[in-house]
Write a protein that binds this ligand. Structure first.
Ligand code: PBG
Ligand code: ZN
Length: 323
């Protein structure tokens, strides 16, 4: 029996009924705030292509984490920007590297704040690639040792969750093994399992100075046209010991989030990346869109698609707007 007995508009008439039947809710505990910490600066530096985001010195980073924690936003993912870079990216696993120092500062000051660390080499290598470069190639297996050492140094500094973003084959197993061998078998790995070679990372690379100096990342990050391959990445990472599966970017890949959520029984995270954030900020600055409503709509769509966890530069704004 259809119209006139059925009328969908009945449930849209009263705002409280609309609230009652809403299927998807953003919760404070769903969100993770990405933060940049930089070596060798004394004041926060605004990131031009990401309005409202900064490269923080450690002192200001800790203050920002305190502010977030007091608001109820209890998790951040940290990206380190070293003062100097070199061919192997040794700043990534240095005991007193920028991330290692920042993590231990935060954990000493705000023990209840969840510190997730991005594990990669591209912020630390002079060539800007996520692995070891030999004869113009990004060499997979040699990179695993460096990534594993980097993850271990983060764990030793006090990181709560390790998030490898490099896309080398076998990195989850390499990291899981070194963590387990060193007494960190309790630390979860949030794997950037389905990471596409995307132009949406542009503002991040400006912020971190991590644009590849030659070529691109297409020999290790995924082709944006591929869906079935995403499952291979996910199942391999699960076999290697991943605890949380991440898809990145989010908005242009909602179909991928949805499919993966439906076929695995592991938590799914989505990274609403820098370029997605920058587009919203730019259009809002021109008065072309309503930033608050657009950001809520975007994050809700990511949740609706199947993400349990959302990493977004809008996380702090969302807290100020709706929680
Ligand atoms: C490092 C890394 C990148 C992002 C997260 N970790 C950049 C890249 O792969 O070039 C992107 C985050 C964003 O754009 O917000 N490998
Ligand atoms: Zn990288």
């Amino acid at each position: 029996m259809g119209f006139p007995f059925q009328r969908c508009r009945r449930l849209r008439h009263h705002p409280a009924v609309r609230d009652l039947i809403r299927e998807t809710h953003l919760n404070p505990q769903d969100l993770i705030m990405p933060l940049f910490v930089a070596e060798g600066i004394s004041e926060p530096q605004p990131i031009t292509s990401m309005p409202g985001c900064f490269r923080y010195p450690i002192k200001n980073l800790v203050q920002e984490c305190r502010r977030l924690f007091n608001m109820g936003l209890k998790a951040a993912i940290l990206f380190g920007i070293p003062k100097t870079k070199n061919t192997e990216g040794s700043g990534a696993w240095k005991k007193d590297g920028i991330i290692q120092k920042a993590v231990s500062e935060i954990k000493q000051t705000i023990p209840g704040f969840l510190v997730i660390t991005d594990v990669c080499l591209c912020e630390y290598t002079s060539h800007g690639h996520c692995g070891v470069v030999k004869d113009g190639e990004i060499v997979n297996d040699d990179s695993l040792v460096l990534l594993a050492n980097t993850a271990l140094s983060h764990a030793a500094a006090g990181a709560d969750v390790i998030a490898p973003s490099d896309m080398m084959d076998g990195r989850i197993a390499a990291i899981r093994t070194i963590l387990d061998e060193n007494g960190y078998s309790h630390l979860p790995v949030m794997a950037y399992s389905v990471k596409y070679a995307s132009s949406f990372y542009g503002p991040f690379r400006d912020a971190a100075g991590s644009t590849p100096q030659f070529g691109d990342r297409k020999s290790y990050q995924m082709d944006s046209a591929n869906r079935r391959e995403a499952f291979r990445e996910v199942f391999l990472d699960i076999d290697e010991g991943a605890d949380i599966i991440m898809i990145k970017p989010a908005l242009a890949y909602l179909d991928i989030i949805s499919h993966i959520h439906d076929v695995i029984n592991y938590p799914v995270a989505a990274f609403n990346v820098s370029g997605e954030f920058a587009m919203v900020k730019a259009a809002a600055a021109n008065g072309w869109i309503d930033e608050k409503n657009i950001a809520i709509e975007i994050l809700t769509s990511i949740k609706r698609a199947g993400a349990d966890i959302i990493i977004s530069y809008h996380a702090k704004d969302i807290f100020q707007w709706i929680f």
